[in-house]
Ligand binder design. Structure first.
Ligand code: SF4
Length: 152
């Protein structure tokens, strides 16, 4: 699994400061994609050691680690999410481009999951009538609660 870049962001997950990593080799190929450079299998390897370095540099300023993509390599994504969960006091989010919530290997791996490919005619997560949805995951029950990113 490789990544193109990372950024500290404030709007992807409400009330969290997220370290968001843009993962490459995206298999979804949504027409009108805002980041077609993420389709290629290029970039720096996303490893546990790389995550450890980010955590050393940015926690506690950062309160959430956000995987932006990773649909093509879910086993590796889960392995890295477990690595974070076992070591760091941060929330973990996954922005997937799949239509349905991807199967989870265990409860409590992600605190937030966003699903839905980008459809130009429906707009992004903040658009009225969007096909994309962000859910908070109850760690104990696995129940999902939709979270709105529109102005509150
Ligand atoms: S999931 Fe995101 S990065 Fe991948 S093709 Fe769709 S809009 Fe582009």
């Amino acid at each position: 699994m490789k990544f193109y870049n990372f950024d500290i962001v404030f709007q992807e997950i409400p009330d969290e400061v997220s370290l968001a990593v843009n993962i490459t080799n995206c298999p979804n190929h949504c027409p009108g994609c805002h980041s077609p450079h993420l389709w290629e299998d290029t970039g720096e390897s996303l490893t546990a050691a790389r995550i450890d370095q980010w955590m050393k540099d940015y926690v506690p300023m950062v309160t959430c680690f956000c995987f932006m993509g990773g649909d093509g390599e879910t086993e590796e994504l889960w392995r890295l999410a477990r690595h974070i969960r076992q070591r760091y006091p941060v929330k973990i989010a996954w922005y997937s481009g799949r239509t349905e919530i991807p199967p989870q290997p265990e409860r409590g791996l992600f605190d937030y999951i966003k699903v839905g490919p980008y459809l130009q005619e429906k707009g992004g997560l903040k658009a009225v009538g969007t096909n994309q949805h962000l859910y908070a995951v109850n760690a104990e029950t696995g129940a999902l609660k939709e979270v709105s990113l529109r102005a509150r």
